[in-house]
Design a protein around this ligand. Sequence first.
Ligand SMILES: Nc1nc2c(ncn2[C@@H]2O[C@H](COP(=O)(O)OP(=O)(O)OP(=O)(O)O)[C@@H](O)[C@H]2O)c(=O)[nH]1
Ligand SMILES: [Mg+2]
Length: 316
Amino acid sequence: MAIQWFPGHMHLTRKAITERIKDIDVVIEVLDARLPGSSANPLLAELTGHKPTLKVLNKQDVADPERTALWLDWYNAQSVTRAVALDASEPAPARKLIDGCHQLAPNRGGMAKPMRVLICGVPNVGKSTLINTLTNKRQAKTGDEAGITKLEQRITLADDFYLWDTPGMLWPRISVEESGYNLAASGAVGRNAYDEELVALELLRRLQAHYAPLLEARYKLGLPPGAMAQMRDDELLEAIGRKRGAVLGGGRVNLQKAAEIVMTDFRTATLGRITLETPAEFEAWREVAALREAEREARKQARENRKKKGSGVREP
Ligand SMILES: Nc1nc2c(ncn2[C@@H]2O[C@H](COP(=O)(O)OP(=O)(O)OP(=O)(O)O)[C@@H](O)[C@H]2O)c(=O)[nH]1
Ligand SMILES: [Mg+2]
């Protein structure tokens, strides 16, 4: 199942960013530290790539610190990228971003040349929260749901420092399937755009492989060490549902309810600090997706060639 969600306000945001970008000095792309590769938007990279960019791995307070360190190294090893990890509600580290912007655009500042910063990223990563922390005011609306900010909004940090909050944006076709699942699990995708049970099963597969002790601590399934990793994802979801009382008449487990429980426990970090992907995993997923895309393109090309040939035969 490929996850696709590019509603009308995202089309408008793409247009708004395309127009705004020429008057922007620094771009801050906010990523979700629990999925730092999958939450980097290739469409934003295309629209903003020529401007100095700071990547913020936000929500580090709910991400796995060891993996956050791996991701910071990975991003900072790329010559044009600077990356920092943050918890958007913490004022002191957030305000360091202001110094970061001045370093990236040293010629900006003062009333004649105010600093103009665009804050962008996929939905629900904490862009508006970060802006509120930076300005120490509740100027931007926030909420634990994708698509809270619907329109671009200019916010004045100081007389010579402007921030633009933008609506969260995805991209029209998320070809790395694992990334689509991770984005959905994180809350970056609108509720009606994915099947909760399928997303929860994929989430459980990631957790089984790397965070089985956290699952055991939360759901107390009483499994012997190592047994959880061997279970099928659907068996695991069923066991969790049963344990948490998500049972229908006749003793059947309500899998939809079980899926909601697992996703909520992940999103609220009740399960603990978790990161769904490492740089190595993400690179491998991207390679497979690129091969798949190339095959898809070749099939499309072949179809078009056949069509052309077919119409050629009919020509007098
Ligand atoms: N744990 C944690 N939660 C955060 C952090 N930053 C934001 N949040 C929460 O994440 C949710 C989304 O925050 P928003 O600031 O509305 O996110 P946004 O990126 O502006 O979302 P859209 O406008 O929908 O694209 C809210 O429930 C915030 O409280 C953080 O650093 N750590
Ligand atoms: Mg917002």
